[in-house]
Design a binder for this molecule. Structure first.
Ligand SMILES: Cc1cc2nc3c(=O)[nH]c(=O)nc-3n(C[C@H](O)[C@H](O)[C@H](O)COP(=O)(O)OP(=O)(O)OC[C@H]3O[C@@H](n4cnc5c(N)ncnc54)[C@H](O)[C@@H]3O)c2cc1C
Ligand code: SF4
Length: 577
């Protein structure tokens, strides 16, 4: 990437400003640029260059002072929340937010674990890449059972946009023809292990309504010309992804959308630019641009554009909107409905079970597959709901063969002991629930009334808790996962349910806060992610979701974003925006 991409001061009126450079912002920028629009991407964090800035790539655990564990003092100083993320380690910490500089507060007696990545590329560098379409059942769920507002779109509205992003990003998976989980445009799926194939057969025999499929993931198992042109090549199955991948074999802003946007010559990037608020013109009732505070020296500047796309993440975009108080919008821009900040959701992944698959002693695997298996949601419509709660969950997991580490804590000495350490151990396999969280007005983020961060922006204050529905769902998921493994013939079953001790947020699938809807009185955005109240302001990240569904959400952020850009550019050309 060339340095003239990056700007600091500018009085140019761009066609579009895109705030944020994660999965959502990357797609918005690419699509605007490819439609000939002069586009400014604004990112609060530092520049991370593809390849050059993957500073831990290729290093083995033994090359880190504490064998990948982050120094305790550093963790307590800077990463008190981020340390809870399973992907946080000495190898990846450079891509995680700094909790000391980026504080937020939670209502007394509640907690929310907000995992962040504040640099060019956002969380696209560290995501786990599981990619699933929502189905018509998901878009209809709120209407069907009365929780939340009706999504203003259905599957057919997004179908071709899913295809568009999948072909470009590269999604590996298998076609299954399931009504609750539409197939994508697939590259070949990763392979299941022999025990997984065995358990699949047993579960599908025992439970005709359930399927065990290979996880769908944004990895190039067999790149097409479109991927090779992006400079990306085949995945080497190393599962080292969250350090950054010079092969560009998993989808990220850096590997995929940013080079495509830059290639057009229409992209500029303003890094280290913290958007404080939007500039609103009362006369025209449109936004004119953004106010920015410099990340480093705290100086202020402004950028201008004809349209603004907020892609700063579910909480980040709502923070900017709530902090834009005007005469017409004293409670935050485009908030005439009063729902801005509300209906915050995450996924509920607090229960599951693991067990031993007997046999298969002569089986092993080579490489480290960067994806697991999935049992798609089997309670995806009201007629399939359990009696005690509504909605459902998917079960993800996988098998692995225990190795010498399982004996690492055993005492021993001599040849026999060493011999035991060198032998592979049992095959273990797990199923872990990822459940839907209901949209509730009471789960919300607001701006703290008195506290501000170092850029002078009011802190986000979050009040978000699990409802009884989520608790009942996890109690059931624990039992069901254990029962399924038992019926599949596994032994030594361990099950767990940690919902009482875990906070929302840690699934890192936060959505809601500026929901879409048909009725401007109860929603912030229309069916094209455009603010009902301000026609040249769009929000296309997770903030726009009306329900969480059970699928990992980022593929849907991509599809919503490209659809919104297409609509916006057409509206601009027709002079309606
Ligand atoms: C470890 C991990 C595993 C995950 N696994 C999966 C998975 O398997 N599948 C899946 O679908 N999802 C997964 N996710 C979630 C996924 O990463 C997010 O849903 C997605 O990346 C969000 O994209 P985004 O662009 O909306 O937000 P982000 O990636 O958070 O990007 C927002 C960007 O906006 C910038 N920004 C914020 N505020 C401002 C401001 N005021 N001014 C300027 N810039 C600002 C931020 O610095 C950031 O770069 C995972 C996340 C993590 C951390
Ligand atoms: S597993 Fe694939 S995507 Fe991940 S680091 Fe290795 S080559 Fe890159």
């Amino acid at each position: 990437m060339t340095t003239d991409l990056y700007i600091h001061e500018s009085d140019q009126v761009y066609d579009a400003i895109v705030v944020g450079s994660g999965i959502t912002g990357g797609w918005a920028a690419k699509e605007f640029c490819e439609r000939g629009m002069q586009t400014l991407m604004i990112e609060r964090g530092r520049v991370v260059e593809h390849r050059k800035d993957y500073v831990t790539e290729g290093k083995g655990p033994w090359e880190f002072e504490n064998r990948t564990k982050v120094d305790n003092l550093l963790t307590e100083e800077k990463y008190t929340v981020q340390k809870k993320c399973y992907a946080f380690s000495d190898m990846t910490k450079q891509f995680f937010g700094n909790d000391k500089d980026l504080p937020y507060s939670t209502e007394q007696g509640t907690g929310f674990d907000w995992i962040r990545a504040n640099q060019l590329g956002g969380k696209s560098l560290i995501w786990h890449r599981q990619s699933y379409r929502l189905s018509d059942y998901d878009f209809a769920a709120n209407k069907e059972d009365g929780h939340g507002n009706d999504w203003p779109i259905r599957y057919k509205d997004l179908e071709s946009w899913y295809s568009h992003v999948e072909k470009f990003a590269g999604i590996s998976g298998s076609s299954e023809n399931l009504e609750q989980l539409p197939d994508s445009e697939f590259l070949p799926a990763f392979e299941m292990t022999a025990p997984e194939l065995h358990v699949k057969q047993k579960i599908e025999q025992q439970y005709p309504d359930r399927h065990l499929i290979m996880g769908r993931t944004a990895h190039l198992t067999q790149p097409t010309q479109l991927h090779l042109e992006q400079g990306r090549v085949t995945c080497q199955t190393r599962n080292e992804c969250q350090k950054g991948c010079s092969f560009g074999a998993y989808f990220s802003t850096q590997s995929s959308t940013l080079p495509a946007a830059a290639k057009t010559g229409n992209l500029s990037i303003a890094p280290n630019s913290v958007v404080h608020s939007l500039i609103y013109d009362e006369k025209t009732q449109r936004v004119k641009g953004v106010r920015v505070v410099d990340n480093d020296d705290l100086s202020t500047r402004e950028y201008f554009a004809k349209v603004v796309f907020l892609c700063a993440s579910t909480l980040g975009s709502a923070q900017i909107m709530l902090n834009t108080k005007t005469k017409s919008f004293p409670n935050g821009i485009a908030n005439s409905s009063g729902v801005l900040g509300h209906y915050l959701m995450d996924h509920n992944y607090n229960a599951g079970a693991t067990g031993t698959v007997e046999g298969f002693e002569d089986e092993y695997y080579s490489g480290r597959r960067p994806s697991g298996i999935l049992v798609p949601n089997f309670q995806y419509k009201p007629s399939l709901y359990k009696q005690t709660y509504v909605r459902g969950y998917g079960l993800s997991g996988g098998s692995h063969r225990e190795n010498w580490q399982s004996n690492a804590n055993q005492q021993g000495i001599g040849a026999n002991f060493k011999d035991k350490l060198s032998k592979p151990g049992r095959w273990r396999m797990g199923l872990h629930a990822q459940g839907e969280m209901l949209p509730r007005f009471d789960n919300y983020m607001a701006l703290h009334p008195t506290k501000t961060d170092k850029w002078g922006i009011p802190l986000i204050h979050i009040d978000c808790t699990w409802s009884e529905n989520e608790k009942l769902m996890m109690a059931d998921a624990e039992q069901t996962a254990a029962e399924m493994l038992t019926k599949a013939g596994l032994t030594e079953i361990d099950s767990y349910n940690s919902i009482e001790t875990s906070n929302p947020g840690l699934a890192i699938h936060e959505v809601g806060t500026a929901r879409m809807g048909k009725d401007p009185k109860e929603s912030v955005l229309n069916s094209f992610n455009q603010c009902h109240d301000v026609t040249n302001l769009f929000v296309t990240d997770g903030a726009s979701f009306c329900s969480s569904a059970v699928q990992n959400p980022s593929l849907t952020f991509m599809a919503l974003t490209v659809r919104a850009v297409d609509y916006c550019v057409n509206e601009m050309k027709a002079m309606r925006i």
